[in-house]
Design a protein around this ligand. Structure first.
Ligand code: P6P
Length: 333
């Protein structure tokens, strides 16, 4: 398995399963190349003056980091000319990005959170890029926002790059979840783990405990039972991790199991949660399910949610299947 580059993996997948049309292979390679460029930009940090706030806000009303803007531009510039996309959508942009008329269009829609967890960037904690790929509906030359509003089950590809001690690319094309490590000397992503599997049970949970008083009853019950440990109803002790960078928390869960939770809470009762469905929850849910895990919003499978807005938010419970099923069961029918 060692030494297989992303390019070779995609060519062999295309030959074996033919479920990867040529343009999808090109799309994945272009996104991977953009993630390499983002990794390099992040790695320079203060030396390149790319830390700190950009002095602008995004559609979410969040202050943009300089690297949020830089990462978004890297992904747009890398993908707009290749002829594989009909349009793009980003957490950093209110409306979809139309492919300039000077370039050919393709059949895919690319959605991304260019730099997830960017509040961590200034304190040198792992951050990442999350992306999701949908098909553009037949015959649509100028896709609008509504053409993106497809349930997560329609994704043909999902992945993330995590910029940590190493830069990793985790990818699914619907045929398992696989991990590639960036060989910085070669400049290539090398297949380092094929068919990742999330253990069905775990002793580790990830949630921002400071919000505990704002949670709904089922989440409070579930977490209280975890905290009660061996003497409590679960009969075993649990450990907790919270990086506050979804990509880092999800990658740990893919690597050794766990449950990640960002429930809705009373701080903003009109919002169903903090995380965004289209370019955070959906791609992560596909990646996790392809690795044998589960992902719900407490009541429904995340991938089944019919979107009604490009930037809509959703509650997220994902990871080890038996734990996700338990906390979802506490939410009732
Ligand atoms: P909190 C990062 O801002 C993010 O969108 C996710 O990556 C992360 O899981 C979550 O928000 C952290 O939120 O409220 O704990 O800072």
């Amino acid at each position: 398995m060692k030494g297989i580059t992303l390019t070779r993996y995609l060519i062999e997948e295309q030959r074996a399963a033919a479920h990867i049309e040529g343009d999808l292979r090109l799309l994945v390679e272009v996104v991977a190349r953009a993630c390499k460029a983002i990794s390099i930009a992040i790695g320079k940090g203060d030396l390149a003056g790319v830390l700190g706030n950009a002095g602008t806000g995004n559609v979410q009303g969040e202050a943009q980091k300089k690297l949020d803007v830089i990462s978004n531009e890297i992904l747009l510039e890398a993908n707009e000319w290749g002829g594989h996309l009909a349009a793009m959508a980003s957490e950093e942009m209110e409306k979809p990005y139309a492919i300039p008329h000077r370039y050919p269009k393709g059949e895919y829609l690319l959605l991304f959170d260019p730099l997830d967890g960017s509040s961590n960037i200034d304190v040198n904690v792992s951050v990442g890029t999350i992306f999701s790929v949908l098909r553009c509906p037949e015959g649509v030359a100028e896709p609008g926002e509504h053409h993106f509003l497809q349930p997560g089950t329609r994704q043909v590809c999902a992945g993330y790059a995590v910029y940590g001690p190493t830069t990793l690319l985790v990818l699914t094309l619907g045929n398992g979840t696989h991990c590639f490590t960036l060989d910085r000397e070669m400049g290539s992503f090398i297949l380092t783990e094929e068919n990742l599997r999330i253990p069905e049970d775990t002793r580790e949970f990830a949630i921002n405990m400071s919000n505990q008083r704002h949670w709904e009853a089922p989440v409070r019950r579930y977490v209280d039972e975890l905290l009660a440990g061996k003497p409590g109803p679960r009969g075993k002790d649990f450990n907790m991790r919270w990086v506050a960078s979804m990509v880092a928390d999800v990658h740990r869960i893919l690597s050794r199991g766990g449950i990640f939770m960002y429930p809705r809470d009373a701080r903003e009762p009109d919002k169903p949660g903090k995380l965004r469905l289209m370019y955070e929850a959906n791609p992560m849910a596909m990646i996790v399910e392809q690795a044998g895990g589960a992902a719900t919003d407490g009541n429904r499978r995340i991938l089944d949610v019919q979107p009604d807005g490009l930037h809509q938010r959703v509650a997220v419970f994902l990871g080890s299947r038996n734990e996700v099923q338990r906390v979802s069961a506490y939410h009732g029918p």
